[in-house]
Design a protein around this ligand. Sequence first.
Ligand SMILES: [Mn+2]
Length: 289
Amino acid sequence: MDPGFLRLPRDRAVYATSRSVILPVPFERTTSYGQGTSRGPAAILEASAYLETWDEELGVDPSLQGITTLTPCDPRDADLADSLAQIEETAFSHLEAGKFVVALGGEHSLTVATAQAARRATERPLGVVQFDAHADLRDKYMGTPFSHACTLRRLVEMDFPTLAVGLRSLSTEEAQFAEERSLPILWAHEMARHPDQTENRFLALLEELPEEIYLTFDIDYFDPALVPATGTVEPGGGSWYPALNLLRLLFEHKKVVAMDLVELAPITGHPASDFLAAKLIYKCLGYLG
Ligand SMILES: [Mn+2]
């Protein structure tokens, strides 16, 4: 059994009084290059045990809000569609109970399930904010429409308004689809050229989205010099504090109802990426307030 998130004392990890739940989803079926995202949740939980719970930026201890770590949701005997349906039902049950759900991937394909669960639970329009190197707008990839490379395409087709941040890799087909649908995208090259304008542009694009938001954070958003432990690395990604600033703005300006962190593929002996992922989640729980 993995330690719970932050290895909290028992009274801060009681389900009934927890504001948030951590849902490990070691789901990996369609990874195309590197593998190992199924080991992501355990690595994040392990690293989280060594984090300090005091947040020096916020001047509070966000763990006092209560954080329960759930049994992993790992429907590995079902086919892809059934697996996603099981993940959706699991996430939905906790959202319906009023919890802020943090899904730990696993590969990006699980987001279709968790975002849909969040929309059913809120019963209102739900925007999706995606931090990612890749557009994930393919119609099909390696024979399946449920691939990690198709996640945002499915969400757009399900009428989720989206905002993508940090993109720096997509196919011609994906670029055409984004253009046709006028999808809002904050490109990595623009963020690099005009770093002083990034926050204002992010806020302006955010304003166009519904009040309630699902956050999907693909760890390959970050530069691989900072986070090498992911399946499909792309140079030129984000760094730590600018990413935190954008996340803080997101939580301040919108009601984020659930989130995931996906595509961490731990490298044995190099725990820096695992620690970054664990801390990123804890920072988000602090911004949730
Ligand atoms: Mn990606």
